[in-house]
Design a protein around this ligand. Structure first.
Ligand code: SF4
Length: 212
């Protein structure tokens, strides 16, 4: 059985496709918080949905005070990385991990490098690259050029969740297991949406629209 976290992190493209269908639109931009699987970003890309999802903030190297992966610059023409010491990390081999094809790159100069302590405790610093990493890089550039998108997400999403939390009280869900919790949450969201539409349109206009 998949964990709720796993289910949640697989929902982005599904929800985006459903939203696009409901809006009868050919294109759609989706903004989400970090935490979605890379495969979800790719699924959005393949469905012509423009995703804005920040990359995870944690990396083992960064947590240890060493160079983060973004200190390594990829050159697609050469298919190699340049490290903070200016050395080339060349392609070495590829493998499949959890269904993803990953390429590995490293330099032969790490042993004599003056920056090695800041870089890796291993014999050499190895950089992994997903075969569809370019989709993530493209999204990161998009996000860097549109920082207001995350403010839109915060403004749009946090108020409904804050309100729902207040309604539900400081307690757990009343139901157990994913189908029950899903139904309970859907009813709460439906109630929120109805109240919101009533506030905007008024009850009479909502009733008219629903019976049209
Ligand atoms: S340890 Fe290797 S990868 Fe790291 S900065 Fe030095 S040469 Fe570059």
């Amino acid at each position: 059985m998949r964990s709720p976290t796993s289910v949640q992190t697989e929902q982005l493209s599904l929800m985006a496709k459903q939203a696009r269908e409901a809006m009868a639109s050919d294109t759609l931009s989706v903004v989400a918080d970090r935490g979605y699987f890379k495969s979800e970003i790719l699924a959005c890309h393949d469905a012509n949905i423009t995703a804005y999802v920040p990359k995870p903030m944690t990396s083992a190297a960064k947590a240890d005070g060493r160079f983060n992966n973004d200190a390594f610059i990829y050159d697609s023409a050469k298919n190699e990385y340049t490290c903070p010491a200016g050395e080339a990390l060349i392609w070495r081999f590829s493998s499949i991990e959890k269904g993803m094809r990953l390429h590995r790159y490293w330099s032969s100069k790490c042993q004599g490098c003056t920056l090695k302590l800041q870089c890796t405790p291993s014999k050499q610093r190895r950089v992994r690259r997903w075969e569809h990493e370019a989709v993530l890089e493209e999204m990161q550039n998009r996000l860097s050029n549109a920082p207001e998108m995350m403010r839109v997400r915060k403004r749009t999403v946090e108020d409904p969740f804050g309100t729902l939390k207040q309604w539900m009280g400081a307690t757990h869900f009343l139901t157990r297991r994913l189908p029950g919790v899903g139904a309970e949450m859907s009813l709460n969201v439906l109630a929120y949406n109805l109240k919101r539409v009533m506030n905007i349109l008024g009850t009479n206009n909502l009733m008219k629209a629903m019976s049209a």
